[in-house]
Design a protein around this ligand. Structure first.
Ligand SMILES: [Mg+2]
Length: 212
């Protein structure tokens, strides 16, 4: 039987893994490639999935605090015809298994298949994936964090109305520092090239970090 995928009407991967109830709360919006896992261009092989330890610490801290963790990932390899959703799903199964083995969980996964020049609403730096997640989970966007290794990650967060960004030192982080710094302003601030374990520690120890 053909595998069924959680695609919405626009063709965006839109998967809620753990429904949350209750009052809106901050979320951690987390880029996948180069942020949660080591960067592999157009990753299609499950055995190449390598978790980044400091990102794992962040997922764990958010889980403990009951903040939703939402992976948001551009996957233009789909539109380019390099691989299909079957390959993406296999990579995701491996990723979720590794997280589970480490005692961590994601709450939702959003993936955009569109090409970089498509201007698709879901394609970062557009905010569509964050907004999709916020329609499905009780998320307070303004107090949430956008965490990624590329300037387009932070820009998507800013456009979604978030006030806090974190440029990871992994993946393309160093390459994109200047572009990411140019996003600061108009109510948006960010931390640059600090390990994600620092944000994890902040979540664990600072009761005010939800409403700064
Ligand atoms: Mg990335």
């Amino acid at each position: 039987m053909a595998e069924r995928f959680p695609l919405d009407h626009s063709g965006q991967w839109c998967e809620v893994l753990r429904p949350h109830l209750g009052a809106p709360r901050p979320a951690i919006f987390l880029d996948r490639d180069g942020t949660l896992i080591e960067l592999v261009e157009y990753l299609a092989e499950p055995d190449k999935v390598r978790l980044i330890d400091s990102a794992l610490a962040l997922v764990r801290a958010a889980n403990t605090r009951d903040w939703p963790v939402v992976v948001i990932t551009n996957q233009s390899a789909i539109a380019r015809g390099l691989h299909d959703w079957t390959a993406f799903a296999a990579v995701q199964r491996r990723l979720l298994a590794l997280l589970d083995a480490a005692g961590c969980a994601l709450d939702a996964v959003m993936a955009c298949p569109a090409l970089p020049d498509s201007n698709a609403p879901c394609r970062k730096p557009n905010p569509g994936m964050l907004l999709s997640a916020a329609r499905r989970l009780p998320i307070e966007l303004t107090s949430s964090w956008i965490v990624g290794d590329s300037a387009i990650d932070l820009e998507a967060g800013k456009r979604a109305g978030l006030r806090h960004g974190w440029l990871a030192p992994t993946g393309y982080g160093s390459r994109d520092e200047a572009a990411a710094r140019s996003l600061v302003g108009s109510g948006f601030d960010a931390v640059f090239l600090e390990p994600l374990s620092t944000l994890a520690a902040r979540l664990s120890t600072d009761p005010s970090s939800s409403n700064k």
